[in-house]
Design a protein around this ligand. Structure first.
Ligand code: FE2
Length: 385
């Protein structure tokens, strides 16, 4: 179904079609397996404005791995590094490099979430497990999704502790100011050739999600490369997972480049919402975060018309947006502002998007061409186009 058809059909009606056997309250946390969690945590604090939150490691009695939890508003990122040679995490690291292992979902009933999804065909990652400490209990259970990525259902209604049993408060003398990041807007998965529809069906059948936007390789293409994407959402719209697959083009698709370096499917980008993207991006740039190159002048010249075509007026100063390289897209419901970082590790795999929604519920389709041309310039530099 195309974007236009969807708008006529009504997004609310589409969300109603999502099934309620898996009510999701939101994203609970995202866990990365990284080579050096201590240093990664410093990077996310310094460059993204996250705060020290919780810690688990040798000092708390965990001898297998060290985990640092950093937090900014509703976003919790867990950075985990194995401490021993025989940890399974070493294989994950050598295969994928630093990357997302767990997309944890906050639920009211983790056991039921696991039962409902596994009986519909999900492969179990972790059976329902109860962990207790003096603050109560957490029930969690997990299923596999694309590649080696997993969803863990986290039930915390009988828990008053900081994060999870086993974690202690992480107090640091280094506490940078937040940079205005609020919550995770969406998380995108890259899957292999011809696998997009398999994973779309997985999210429909196993998790009761609906496909509310689709983009084919004619919409997402440049002179050189192409991809296809379908956006999956749960019933309340809080969890949105676009799924990308590569498409044939004259040169190598950015999705194929990802698959080569990640050695299979995985999380491509995490989009985080800001209420003031100009301030957020200015602060991130000042701390050394690298973003994809600034779109050319003619891109910004076309912005007023793109907005007026949909009867919207830009609130922000376009010169400021231009100087920071923030992109603008409009649809029937409003507009959105967005910008993409370069990959945040040496392999060209995971990156971040900063997004501010001014009514629009899309994903910046009007920016795809400018964005992908910027990515191709990076691929050219890496010799992977
Ligand atoms: Fe995105």
């Amino acid at each position: 179904m195309s974007k236009i058809e969807n708008v006529e059909y009504g997004l609310e009606k589409i969300f109603e079609e999502a099934q309620d056997f898996l009510p999701l309250l939101g994203t609970d946390y995202v866990e990365f397996i990284v080579g050096n969690a201590k240093q990664a945590a410093h990077f996310y604090k310094t460059a993204f404005g996250f705060q020290s939150y919780a810690y688990k490691g040798l000092e708390t009695g965990c001898k297998e791995y060290a985990s640092y939890v950093v937090k900014q508003d509703k976003i919790r990122i867990v950075l985990t590094t194995p401490l021993n040679q025989d940890s399974w995490m070493n294989d994950h690291l050598s295969k994928h490099g630093d990357g997302v292992k767990v997309v944890a979902l906050w639920v009211n009933d983790a056991k039921k979430s696991w039962e409902e999804t596994t009986k519909r065909g999900a492969k179990s990652y972790m059976e329902p497990t109860i962990e207790k400490d003096e603050h109560g209990e957490i029930v969690s259970a997990g299923i596999y999704t694309y590649g080696e990525t997993v969803h863990i259902f986290v039930e915390r209604k009988n828990y008053t502790g900081l994060f999870l049993p086993g974690f202690e408060k992480w107090e640091s003398d280094y506490n940078p100011e937040p940079m205005g990041l609020k919550f995770i807007d969406h998380m995108v998965g890259n899957v292999g050739w011809n696998e997009m529809d398999t994973w779309v069906k997985y999210y429909e059948d196993v998790m009761g999600f609906v496909n509310f936007l689709s983009f084919d390789d004619k919409q997402i293409t440049t002179e050189y490369s192409a991809l296809m994407s379908k956006v999956m959402s749960n019933g309340n719209g809080r969890i949105k997972f676009p799924i990308n697959e590569p498409a044939e083009g004259k040169k190598k698709s950015q999705i194929e480049e990802y698959l080569d370096f990640y050695n299979g499917p995985g999380v491509q980008h995490i989009a985080v919402a800001s209420n003031d993207i100009i301030e957020t991006v200015a602060k991130m740039r000042a701390k050394g975060v690298e973003f994809l190159s600034i779109p050319p002048d003619d891109y910004y010249q076309s912005v007023p018309k793109r907005l007026s075509d949909h009867n919207h007026e830009l609130v922000e100063d376009i010169e400021k947006l231009k100087s920071l390289g923030i992109m603008i897209d409009a649809d029937e419901e409003g507009y959105l502002l967005q910008i993409f970082t370069k990959p945040v590790e040496d392999r060209p795999t995971l990156f971040f998007e900063i997004i501010q929604r001014m009514g629009a519920r899309g994903f910046g389709a009007g920016n795809f061409k400018a964005l992908f041309e910027a990515i191709e310039r990076e691929q050219e530099n890496r010799g992977t186009l």
